[in-house]
Design a protein around this ligand. Structure first.
Ligand code: F6R
Length: 269
């Protein structure tokens, strides 16, 4: 794992923008044709909701407005969607993504995918989502946040390491953490349709972002703890290309923090 420690949440957003734009390269070029014949010039992005990636999305939007990047050759797949609230609900991840990213950029709405939960058969919906990701050629870069209990997507402790997109029950802790977005905890959905850990691990590269003291323990367990289903994000230790970008508070419990800072300095020199 590559660990990048930043001073602030703003710097995390900036570094995440720089890393993602560099990694996706040509695919975000404003020069390449909208109907590019060159598969190298298109890409598949995995996106997250929650509050952590919002700074990154603002950075992307700013660069799009400055005509530095374009999303017209991007296909995206969001990690998850709540069950039991319609896409029109302001707290649905459909609404959150539209409000905070999609409506500000030139991504083709038909290519911006979010798990569908307003349907009769959720397990079929999960299978269809997996098939769509495969048809698109797999995810090139997956953006992740992390829950205070170590979840990624809504893969809560105990989630199977090889799981595909399916319905998961949210833990009490996750519902409490997310209650800040709802009128009360009773309004927080109890289940969500989420990419599995297997789906996430199939992405070619991962960018996990974490900010704030509330994530420090989950980050320590993810980066330096044993790989265990009790900390779902710890499976990322197996990923060949996972980068973790942290602010000082989220990095504050890392035993090897000096080493990571040193390694990053050497990388840049
Ligand atoms: C969101 C998601 C979750 C969040 C996590 C952290 O799509 O999959 O794993 O990334 O709950 O949420 P925030 O960023 O609000 O602390």
């Amino acid at each position: 794992m590559r660990i990048i420690v930043c001073e602030s949440a703003e710097e995390v957003a900036l570094r995440a923008a720089i890393e993602s734009i560099e990694y996706l390269g040509e695919a975000l070029s404003t020069q390449s044709s909208g109907k590019s014949e060159n598969p190298e010039a298109s890409c598949v992005l995995g996106l997250a909701t929650g509050s952590t990636p919002l700074g990154l999305y603002r950075e992307w939007i700013e660069r799009y407005r400055a005509e530095e990047i374009s999303f017209r050759n991007v296909t995206s797949f969001n990690l998850d969607e709540y069950c039991g609230i319609p896409p029109s609900d302001p707290q649905s991840y459909h609404s959150v993504m539209h409000e905070n990213l999609f409506r500000h950029i030139d991504i083709d709405p038909a290519k911006a995918h979010i798990p569908v939960t307003d349907c009769d058969d959720l397990s079929q919906s999960g299978e269809r989502y997996e098939a769509m990701i495969e048809e698109a050629g797999g995810i090139d870069l997956q953006i992740l946040g992390i829950g205070s209990d170590g979840h990624i997507g809504f893969n809560e402790p105990g989630a199977s390491f090889s799981s595909p997109t399916r319905v998961k029950t949210l833990t009490k802790r996750t519902r409490e953490d997310n209650a800040r977005f709802f009128p009360s905890i009773d309004h927080v959905p109890r289940t969500a349709l989420t990419m599995g850990l297997g789906t996430i691990m199939s992405a070619r590269a991962i960018l996990l972002l974490a900010t704030g003291k509330g994530k420090a323990k989950a980050i320590r367990d993810t980066v330096e703890g044993p790989i265990t289903a009790m900390v779902p994000a710890s499976i990322l230790q197996f990923h060949p290309y996972a980068t973790v970008i942290l602010d000082a508070a989220a990095a504050s419990e890392l035993a090897l923090i000096d080493y990571y800072v040193d390694a990053e300095r050497n990388r840049q020199s």
